[in-house]
Design a protein around this ligand. Structure first.
Ligand SMILES: [Zn+2]
Length: 349
């Protein structure tokens, strides 16, 4: 059945130009937006016009001092926050529209105006801390979205899945003490920013509600899909979220320059289908994704296309068939480490 899938896109996101040599180029989105004009992508998606986030939206997570620091970059030439994170004259506006567009997409999905949605935005967000820009990220859209869903839309439990090749440090830190936000991150071990080891499991009341799967390089479509099926699905069902947010990074693609994973477009359809199965069973299919990394433009647009087709129900990946092809040794290593660490925290083992 065809689903109503929303897309957040806009020219404002092309105006964030973080300096020569930064891999987060406007070309990333240009290539995705041009893919949306392919003949097999016409008349399928619902445009969600990006809306500018208000200061109070950003302050749901970030400090006022930090907001003001980012606001001061408006209209100025390149300003560096770290060696790899810069703002140009239009970055502040792009970041506000990105956050606002994502929050609007969440509202529309929760209000059932859309079945699911994907915010195709820049700059990305999952490395941004409460008061610190890093890793090309300024405002943490997914973390803002989860707090917005809790405080404004009055949802109780939210699952965040972060499949970017890098650990979503900012998102983890925003919720590590919160048992009502389950943060699940699968990423390549040893890459930037260095956090996200297996034993980071949350703090205080949030203990157990942070799940980190740092994996060696060389995992591909079948291994990822199998791990989603045997680790994410059972814990997500037990947690019973009312909404699933996804930090969707595509730097695990085999042609991406960032790391050493072997994912291809069908694998991204596989992990999307796995999440969709959970969402259909538990929370009326409510999934909202936000674009994080992915630095080979062609690989990126092909992978995003596969995800969007799966979200809209145009394709329907056979998750079990894909998972069956996995290298068992690679999957077992992750499952074993996960169980060793989490068996004291969840009662279903
Ligand atoms: Zn990344």
């Amino acid at each position: 059945m065809a689903l109503k899938t929303g897309i957040v896109k806009g020219d404002i996101f092309l105006k964030h130009i973080p300096g020569d040599g930064c891999p987060d180029t406007p070309q990333r989105l240009k290539s995705i937006y041009s893919m949306l004009n392919d003949s097999d992508m016409q008349d399928i998606f619902v445009d969600v016009l990006p809306k500018k986030a208000e200061e109070e939206d950003i302050l749901l997570l970030h400090s006022r001092e930090y907001f003001e620091k980012i606001a001061e970059t408006k209209g100025k030439e390149l300003i560096a926050f770290t060696a790899d994170t810069h703002a140009c004259e239009d970055t502040f506006d792009a970041a506000l529209y990105a956050a606002g567009g994502f929050l609007k997409a969440i509202s529309q999905v929760v209000e059932k105006k859309l079945d699911n949605a994907f915010a195709l935005i820049r700059p990305p967000g999952h490395h941004a801390e409460k008061s610190r820009a890093m890793g090309y990220c300024l405002f943490n859209h997914v973390a803002l979205g989860a707090i917005f869903a809790q405080k404004i839309l009055k949802l109780d439990r939210i699952l965040i899945v972060d499949w970017d090749i890098h650990h979503g440090n900012g998102t983890q830190h925003a919720f590590e003490r919160d048992p009502n936000v389950l943060f699940f991150s699968i990423h390549q071990a040893g890459l930037f920013p260095g956090t996200g080891i297996f034993t980071e499991t949350g703090l205080g009341a949030g203990e157990g509600y942070t799940i980190n799967l740092p994996i060696p390089k060389g995992y591909g479509d079948a291994e990822y899909t199998s791990i989603f099926e045997c680790v994410l699905a059972p814990v997500a069902e037990r947690f019973a979220p009312e909404l699933i947010l996804v930090s969707a990074g595509f730097d695990t693609h085999k042609d991406d320059p960032m790391g050493g994973m072997l994912m291809t477009a069908p694998g991204f359809a596989g992990i999307t289908a796995s999440i969709k199965k959970i969402a259909d069973k538990i929370c009326g299919g409510k999934i909202v994704m936000s674009l994080e990394g992915g630095y080979n433009s062609d690989a990126l647009s092909g992978a995003v296309k596969a995800v969007l087709k799966e979200m809209a129900g145009i394709t329907c990946c056979d998750v079990s068939a894909m998972a069956e092809k996995a290298n068992k040794k690679k999957v077992d290593y992750v499952v074993r480490r996960y169980i060793e660490v989490h068996k004291y925290l969840w009662d279903f083992f």
